[in-house]
Write a protein that binds this ligand. Sequence first.
Ligand code: MF3
Ligand code: CO
Length: 265
Amino acid sequence: MFFKEMSLVKTAEEIEFLRENNQLVSKTLAELAKHIKPGVTGLMLDKIAEEFIRSHGAAPGFLGYEGYPNTLCTSINDVVVHGIPNTYELREGDIISVDCGTIKHGFYGDSAFTFMVGEVAPEVKQLLKVTRESLELGVAKAVEGNRIGDISHAVQSHVERFGYSVIREMQGHGLGKNMHEEPGVPNYGKPGQGKKLIKGMVICVEPMINLGKKDIYQERDGWTIRTNDRKPSAHFEYAVAVGKGKPDILTTFEYVDKALKTKKN
Ligand code: MF3
Ligand code: CO
């Protein structure tokens, strides 16, 4: 038990490798933010991301992972996650979750942001705002002595207050030399339950939040996850190292926010 938990703890050097990867993902998302507008396709974004990542001496983390065919997951509107980039042209009012991974120095980066395409409906705008807030509330609990359930509950209680729902089938995860490690990080749960957090554990917190009901299904492509009720879904993801007293967030949306601010839609 002790060794199993300790094996999840990263050294300071490993955390710096993970930070470098997740900072690169953060910058890639900002590069993509500049390009997201009506008429643009997931495949166009995928090409930009792959070139950007490679030009920074890293490799795409998702490409080839369990046979995944691309650099990005581009999940539009009622697609929750794992949308495969295709030739669909974005339209005003769409939302697109862009999930991006890298690998460099043998460690992974993995973060996601949901973008608006031009003006979106107020109720969808609020879904994005609240989901992003739930991520911030969740990672704030990534401190030593807390448990996974503290993160889960922070996310769930915030989004359910607005009538949104948390999907049950997918969750966050540990991050390291593998993209998916222990512990799992559900977006629903009870405070004080689940694995204890130890300084140096690195986890991805990734609320996947539906505007309507929680039910989802996987398409026959083996990847695309869509809401049953066809209502939109939002997804934001940070990698965070558990700290003493405060979390060490390895991802930043600062670059994305800056890119969005200076962008003319
Ligand atoms: N952030 C996604 C996840 O944690 C990454 C999907 S990776 C893929 O599941 F390569 F499998 F698409
Ligand atoms: Co992830």
